[in-house]
Design a protein around this ligand. Structure first.
Ligand code: M6R
Length: 634
């Protein structure tokens, strides 16, 4: 992902843009650059390969200043991560500059055409052709805005752009066709960015551009049109996030901070939505789905990607048991390729932290075209998904800046649990007593999470034993199966260690062939005494633990506090969890190890960013999350 920051106003533009780019560092990058226009209308560019501080050094040695400008952090897709290929990119005159996030699919064809009219290219990027295309149309149109609009109509692919023409003072044009673009509205100053954090310390009034829209920004105003020049009324919103929430706040990196924010994020997501006295749930943010419709839906389809998909899979267990409605879960990236059967009695539930995931948006749109309603669980108000869905349950996790989803996942689980309770209440599948019991258990979660987050030392020790392992197997049964999948995803994503998640009961159908004395097998096996289905699940999984032990496998178990039976079998330190609750195991040390890993990762070329084995960190527990709310359910 690339990052874009732009500014028009009276502040010092260079430090503002550099600071903004720093807030987008989480997107990963291999080079950075900035273009500013000064009072004499001279356009200057500085670029550097590698870290942002390299660009700062370039600027220190060769300062520049201006009244407006655009900056960029690049993650190479077309062309090597060199200074030459770093954005911003220019046209032949050097007066038009472009920064770009995305991919232009037909850039080779456009480049060929432009060459015929004598355009000279100096980079290997797809972005450069955009500046030349605008230059070409400017010859005919003699109007920058019109030239940009015509150029947009030629581009195929996905792109977010910020564009400057030094001959149009104090103007930035921002364009969106796919990746997010946020516009910040200040007092005679305006901001453009790929995400909210760079803008937050300057203004909380923002709007997101929609697909096929462009914002024409100058010192006095912002105008939005579509690519056909029709005027568009932006949906301005006030961001309630505290700017401090988008800072690291003393933690080594954002992921660690966000893991520790879970008690707050879980609390905020459930707060004011559930009555402890009655167990009633209030979902009152619905634009276009009525209570009567919620009663009438005969099935729910869930579409999401990655971690959000895992949350959806866990949601299936919750909603089916609490509300007795059939739930199917799809990868959003597959949804539209299988001609889904939807009707007015089927609700599509999309889940997304960012609200901007292209496949999830595509699933939403396809469903609405088929005439069905779409409910969203989303963390970013004003994002494309919240704007287009018929109703949204917002997760209040706050900005999730770490690339690995952590607090957003647990907040999604809470939102799904609330939805299950809401439907259960509405459809009469839960008694008042049961509903109250669930509400009480949910209310206890934040405290339990806090307690668990304070107990990371055991895991620190355990992590040291396993950080050189090359493969892991994660097993769980029932709702612990999606949790196993999520644990495996986190291990892969953060530690670059191969990991598979499986339903524990599927082990005997193939995966057990892998088990030997070198393979750590991570069991998630929680239990609620007195709950028949929970005990059955526990006993069956315990048998799987015995089988792995019989094959000399290494067993690591995540168990309910006080469980000695599986702990004894595990042969490796097991860890405790709580009855009746989510639990999450994390470790300061493990995450500290991850930051070492991160440092190594950053010092290498991002195109070969695999750390060596010695630098691998072990984070099997860093985000092994178990969520056994089903143990609450009869
Ligand atoms: O923003 P979304 O929830 O739609 O993103 C979907 C996935 O890309 C995301 O959950 C991804 O799998 C996580 N960042 C992994 O930790």
């Amino acid at each position: 992902m690339c990052g874009i920051v732009g500014y028009v106003g009276n502040k010092q533009v260079v430090p503002l843009i550099i600071d903004g780019l720093r807030k987008l560092e989480y997107r990963g990058y291999d080079s950075a650059g900035i273009a500013v226009v000064n009072e004499s209308h001279d356009l200057e560019i500085r670029r550097a390969e590698g870290k942002l501080r390299n660009l700062e050094e370039v600027i220190r040695l060769s300062p520049l200043d201006g009244t407006y400008g655009i900056g960029h952090t690049r993650w190479a897709t077309h062309g090597r991560p060199t200074e030459e290929n770093a954005h911003p990119h220019r046209d032949c005159s050097g007066r038009i500059v472009v920064v770009h996030n995305g991919i232009i699919e037909n850039y080779l064809q456009l480049k060929e055409q432009l060459r015929k009219t004598d355009h000279q290219f100096v980079t290997e990027t797809d972005t450069e052709i955009i500046a030349h295309l605008i230059e070409e149309y400017l010859k005919a149109e003699r109007n920058f805005e019109k030239a940009v609009r015509r150029a947009m109509q030629d581009l195929k692919g996905i792109f977010a752009l910020s564009i400057i023409n030094a001959d149009e003072p104090d103007m930035i044009i921002a364009v969106r066709q796919g990746p997010p673009v946020v516009i910040g509205l200040g007092d005679r100053e305006f901001f453009v960015a790929s995400d909210i954090p760079p803008i937050l310390q300057h203004t909380r009034d923002v709007f997101f551009l929609g697909d096929g829209e462009m914002a024409i920004i100058n010192k006095d105003a912002v105008r939005v049109t579509d690519f056909e020049a029709n005027s568009v009324q932006p949906a301005i919103q006030r961001i309630t996030w505290d700017p401090i929430m988008a800072e690291k706040g003393g933690f080594k990196h954002f992921m660690l901070k966000e893991i520790y924010e879970q008690p707050r994020s879980v609390r905020d997501t459930m707060q004011s939505r559930i009555s402890l006295d009655t167990g009633r749930v209030f979902i009152d943010e619905m634009k276009n789905i009525t209570e009567a419709e919620f009663k009438q839906f005969t099935s729910i389809k869930i579409a999401a990607c990655g971690t959000s998909w895992h949350a959806g899979l866990a949601g299936k267990y919750m909603i089916e048991q609490l509300a007795r409605v059939q739930v199917d879960v799809d990868y959003a990236s597959e949804f539209r390729y299988r001609e889904p059967v939807m009707d007015e009695n089927t609700l599509l539930l999309v889940i997304s932290q960012s609200g901007e995931t292209a496949d999830t948006i595509a699933a939403l749109r396809e469903t609405q075209q088929l005439g069905s309603k779409v409910l969203a669980i989303c963390n970013v108000q004003g994002s494309m998904i919240t704007r287009e869905a018929d109703g949204t349950i917002l997760t209040h996790a706050g900005p999730e800046i770490g690339v690995a989803s952590t607090k957003a996942f647990t907040a999604q689980m809470v939102a799904l649990y609330l939805l299950g309770l809401y439907l259960g209440n509405l459809r009469g599948t839960l008694s008042a007593g049961e509903a109250k019991h669930h509400a009480q258990q949910l209310a206890e979660l934040p405290v339990k999470l806090e307690h668990l987050l304070n107990e990371s030392d055991d895991i620190e020790e355990l992590s040291k034993e396993f950080f050189r392992a090359t493969d892991f197997l994660y097993l769980g049964r029932g709702i612990n199966f999606p949790v196993a999948l999520e644990g495996a995803l986190k291990l892969k994503e953060i530690s670059y260690i191969h990991a598979e998640g499986y339903p524990a009961g599927e082990m005997k159908h193939g995966p057990n062939a892998l088990i030997d004395e070198r393979l750590p097998v991570m069991f998630i096996n929680t239990r609620e005494e007195g709950n028949r289905s929970s005990e059955l699940r526990y006993e069956k999984t315990h048998s799987n633990i015995v089988e792995v032990k019989a094959r000399e496998g290494i067993v690591i178990s995540v168990l309910t506090e006080g469980d000695t039976m599986s702990a004894t079998m595990s042969g490796h330190p097991s860890y405790r969890s709580f009855h009746f609750s989510f639990w999450l195991i994390t470790s300061r040390c493990v995450v500290a190890a991850m930051s070492t890993n991160h440092a190594t990762w950053q010092s290498q070329s991002p195109l070969s960013n695999k750390p060596t084995i010695d630098h691998r960190c072990f984070s099997v527990f860093a985000f092994s999350i178990a969520f056994p709310p089903m143990s609450l359910l009869k």
